[in-house]
Design a protein around this ligand. Structure first.
Ligand code: ADP
Length: 266
């Protein structure tokens, strides 16, 4: 569902870049190009968009996609009002009119017939036709369309159509390099740098378990959560079990392997 538009915060949302993504995104925005952020969950895509909205001084409208999301949920609908009906803009239409950044998180979750409403916004027309009212809304200056996409997740079941993919400039988001990730964990939680580095070392070892059937590997978000518990007095080893191991799997052999790696690290 859509979160209300946020105006740029007075302080920049903390974002540590891994490459030239800030520069490339800013150029895409200046040229009116739609952007796709590719990468696993919890690796900083949402934070990046929040940071860019602040830099570009645009409001941000975020929509979490799911398989029930309809074109009307994005564009708007007639609602009963008094004795008649009145048109209510959906979050995408609001973003187009206001010149906001519109971020569709996990776009692959949305149905294809929902995703196609984005197409006329991604080419030179930059328009949003509203079939139900006959209006054609031209994107206000500053409007930007961003989608996120996790290529590994349910890859066999769902994928974006090539005709949709080709409408976006894609930025690849992997997990940050170890030094960068340790800085992020320290900054986000307040944990000391050596402990942040140990958490990242653990994450690197756990991520290697993907080959042994771990469906989702620990994200930066989970490391930050473990560090936050530790900073508030939870023993670091136990914090890792609660915040990293338990959320990732219920399968005894994988949980055992992860526990062993926690013990070997701390
Ligand atoms: P995604 O949208 O990719 O699922 P988020 O942007 O929500 O992931 O990131 C999860 C958390 O990880 C953030 O809340 C933040 O604490 C941290 N994080 C990840 N990458 C970065 C980064 N490059 N700079 C700052 N914080 C980051």
């Amino acid at each position: 569902m859509a979160r209300p538009a946020t105006s740029p915060a007075p302080e920049p949302p903390y974002y540590l870049p891994s490459g030239d993504e800030i520069e490339v995104f800013a150029q895409c925005h200046a040229q009116g190009l739609a952007v796709m952020l590719k990468g696993p969950t919890g690796c900083g895509k949402t934070r990046f968009v929040e940071h860019m909205a602040w830099r570009l001084k645009r409001p941000l409208i975020t929509i979490a996609c799911h398989d029930d999301l309809s074109a009307s949920d994005l564009i708007g609908r007639f609602l009963i009002q008094g004795s008649g009906t009145a048109w209510h803009d959906g979050p995408l239409t609001r973003a187009v009119r206001e010149g906001a950044l519109c971020y569709l998180d996990e776009v692959v979750e949305a149905r294809q017939d929902t995703v196609v409403v984005l197409h006329p916004l991604t080419d030179h027309r930059r328009i949003l036709p509203i079939d139900k009212t006959g209006e054609v809304v031209e994107a206000a200056p500053g409007f930007g369309l961003i989608v996120s996409y996790n290529p590994g997740y349910q890859r066999m079941l769902k994928d974006l159509k090539p005709s949709t993919r080709q409408r976006f400039v894609a930025l690849d988001f992997g997990f940050p390099a170890p030094e960068t990730e340790a800085r992020i964990v320290a900054q986000e939680s307040g944990i000391a740098e050596p402990e942040a580095r140990a958490l990242v070392q653990l994450a690197t070892r756990l991520r290697a378990l993907q080959d042994r059937g771990l469906a989702e590997v620990p994200s930066t978000r989970l490391l930050v959560a473990a560090a936050q518990l530790a900073v508030r007095g939870v023993d670091l080893r136990r914090a890792c079990l609660h915040a990293i191991v338990a959320p990732l799997s219920d399968e005894a052999s994988l949980v055992g392997a992860m526990r062993d790696l926690v013990d070997a690290t701390f």
